[in-house]
Design a protein around this ligand. Structure first.
Ligand code: IPM
Ligand code: MG
Length: 359
């Protein structure tokens, strides 16, 4: 057996625990089939941690993540905590864990599954061949800049500051160039350099680093234009790199091209192999506890973990193949089913995929 990898599991809120359970089943199947070994440790995070421990990111959960090789996250949040003060919001825990674990790079692939093309709101001929990755800076910019309120001449004012230093830009841009190199060698850097100073530093840095990657074709796209081009010519994008808030918005837009947010995985990485893996979708409180959530995004997040953190390419491929096989056979959870009356539940979908994992 290969050395045992420590997996920190933070299932979180809403459908988080349901989808994470299926992903763990898939990991256990790869232990049998490929001889890998995993040790799972569970911790509280998000709304449930607020309820039980009075904070969204308890110290022991963070410590558990720090001593693990990778983190598997379900989802956090829900209406119950929406009106809480900032310190007692699940989202604050999410930003806190990204920062505390040094996860500055968020990778969100958006690829259109052929058999699910009809699920998108876009025309199939526009989507044809869409397979892109949004690389989002995750620990800087307006999310983490100073924020405060003050009394102004015309009443209360609120201030959010956006700060980027050149090192923060450089490390994420280099990573995006490296990823582009492993794919079709096209990189779109997205900014708002016609208005924002942080974007001007971003663009200067990208241009400087590009000289190290002459084999990668680079385009600079203003963020508003990018939002438009994503709908108009999605297939022409390969890797998109951008700052934190632009990446937040564009990755949701990119996800929707596929028509099936229940299918999309993501990775958050730092300097080394360690990473945090989670589905792009949220905690879906409206369907939580009903056993109908789509577990595929979380299962595919495991495939990403195998590839990016452990280099277990055989098992990653086996999982991706299993998902495709099950979808090609026509099995659907409610979110991606055309005929909702034939939809299957979370565990049924998980079981089908697990059974299809083979060498
Ligand atoms: C995401 C989410 C988070 C973000 C929220 C929940 C804080 O939208 O991961 O994209 O804005 O980063
Ligand atoms: Mg978001």
């Amino acid at each position: 057996m290969a050395d045992v990898k420590k997996i920190a599991v933070i299932a979180g809120d809403g459908i988080g625990p349901e989808v994470v359970a299926e992903a763990i089943k898939a990991m256990k199947k790869t232990e049998e089939v490929f001889g890998y070994g995993f040790e799972f440790e569970h911790g509280l995070f998000g709304g449930i941690a607020i309820d039980e421990k009075g904070t969204p990111l308890p110290e022991d959960t963070l410590a558990m993540c720090k001593r693990s090789d990778a983190v598997l996250l379900g989802a956090v949040g829900g209406p119950k905590w929406d009106n809480n003060s900032k310190e007692l919001r699940p989202e604050t825990g999410l930003l806190g864990i990204r920062k505390a674990l040094g996860l500055f790079s968020n990778i969100r692939p958006a690829n259109v599954f052929d058999c699910l093309k009809e699920a998108s709101t876009l025309k199939p001929e526009v989507l044809e061949g869409t397979d892109l990755i949004v690389v989002r800076e995750l620990t800087g910019g307006i999310y983490f800049g100073e924020k405060f309120r003050r009394e102004g001449e015309n009443g209360q004012e609120a201030v959010d500051t956006c700060v980027y230093n050149v090192n923060e830009i450089e490390r994420i841009v280099r990573q995006a160039f490296e990823i582009a190199r492993t794919r079709s060698k096209r990189l779109a850097s997205v900014d708002k350099a016609n208005v924002l100073e942080t974007s001007r530093l971003w663009r200067e840095t990208v241009i400087r680093i590009a000289t190290d990657y002459p084999d990668v074709e680079l385009e600079h796209v203003l963020v508003d234009n990018c939002a438009m081009q994503l709908l108009r010519r999605p297939a022409s994008f390969d890797v998109i790199v951008t700052e934190n808030m632009f990446g937040d918005i564009l990755s949701d837009e990119a996800a929707m091209l596929t028509g099936s947010i229940g299918m999309l995985s993501s990775a958050s990485l730092g300097e080394g192999a360690f990473g945090l893996y989670e589905p792009v979708h949220g905690s879906a409180p409206d369907i939580a506890g009903q056993g109908i959530a789509n577990p595929i995004a979380t299962i595919l997040s495991v495939a990403l973990m195998f590839r990016l953190t452990f280099g277990y390419h055989d098992a990653a491929e086996a999982i991706e193949r299993a998902v495709k096989e099950v979808l090609d056979a026509g099995h659907r959870t409610g979110d991606i089913a055309v005929d909702k009356s034939k939809a299957i539940g979370t565990t049924a979908m998980g079981d089908l995929i697990v059974n299809a994992i083979r060498k």
